[in-house]
Design a protein around this ligand. Sequence first.
Ligand code: SF4
Ligand code: SF4
Length: 476
Amino acid sequence: MQTNFTAEQLADPKLASSEKILRSCVHCGFCTATCPTYQLLGDELDSPRGRIYLMKEMFETGQPATQEVVKHVDRCLSCLSCMTTCPSGVNYMHLVDHARAHIEETYRRPWQDRLIRAVLARVLPYPNRFRLALAGAFLANKALRIASLLTWKGRVPVALTRRTLGPVSEKVGLMKRTRAMLALAPERLPTRSPIDQPAVHAAQGARKGRVAILQGCAQPVLQPSINEAALRLLTRNGIEVVFAAGEGCCGSLVHHMGREHQSLVQARQAIDAWIKEMDGAGLDAIVITASGCGTTIKDYGFMLRDDPAYADKARRVSAIAKDITEYVTGLALDAPVRQVDLVAAYHSACSMQHGQQIKDQPKALLKAAGFTVKEPPEGHLCCGSAGIYNIMQPEIAGRLRDRKIDNLEKVRPDLIATGNIGCITQIAKGFAERERSIPIVHTVELLDWVTGGPLPQALAEARLGESPATAPQATV
Ligand code: SF4
Ligand code: SF4
């Protein structure tokens, strides 16, 4: 693609990098075939190629982002399916990240958008605040249920409910986003995990390695059982595990909102915590159990390339960042201690299959553990979770979720396995709305269970996998 930047513009390293990406696009349009928003909306401007044109124009003119650019970039899920499909190797991720940061700097969103985005950025990355917010959401959900019951029985006039909650908020979108947020809140809050603090956990038996597990921000609040399973699996297999002090959120959530400064502050904090361990007792890997975070941590080297104090440290951290399934693939895991007769539909999160190009390892591990693994049709399409996308774009996210659930049901699974908390929340809510219950479980919880850990809660609730342990089989 031909570009028209001035020499002065290209002196800016960020613009120079984006210009290089723009020039690599040959506008062949292959990417449109696998883009979820283009598939749903059929508008070229909601395709990767269309967005690339919009971003090119925005960068070339150097003008503040327009409403039209914001609309179409906001609708992008950052699922990166287009990067998997593109034959020319266009790095859409870096381009759209740059565009989101430019939008954040130059575009004044309506006040409702600013409010909800500010709340999300100040709450989600901080576990204590998030826990408090979920408790509030839990109470709000209860209150709404009571209100709707009273309304139904005619005790609260419908007109009053509408007047109070209604048309203005509905029009500006605040209400629907609040509703989307409340709908994602869990029915009950897990208690705080005993491993929810910095510590070193010794390997069982002879030590074969030493890793840090990312504690994360939203995941340990929503489902602490995931990191608990990862910890058990690794220590049982001879790996010493550290939860590094001072780590915090990896910065991924706000990075996708274009809040570059906040995301880099969070990234530097995590880097400091891990470098201290790397230069101290040493780390073989930084293990991540949420693939959304993994994609960002693997990109730290790029995100901080122009920061003289952090460029090298960021590169070192990115170089040893691994998804739990990548790391475990390199270990000779203990043999399974129970025989499973279950069909697992494998849902590959976009950040796993497109962001990190991890496709086979999770399925191979599940198969070796005894599961019959099936892949749903249209496995490349996003489930609509995508960070805060399901809150900010609830209609598109809802349509993608419904399509995903239809596809998952087609393979008639006993359970769904995946490696990202966002997808787990999104898909589980979709099944709940249909009043169906196919349990969705993190891959590491399944591997831990089969090799000696406890039955994952979602399986216990569905009364699956309760048969007693059996003799060991082949090595995973
Ligand atoms: S497939 Fe790649 S080269 Fe072709 S239009 Fe899409 S981004 Fe550009
Ligand atoms: S990241 Fe996903 S939604 Fe965005 S343009 Fe690429 S394929 Fe489409």
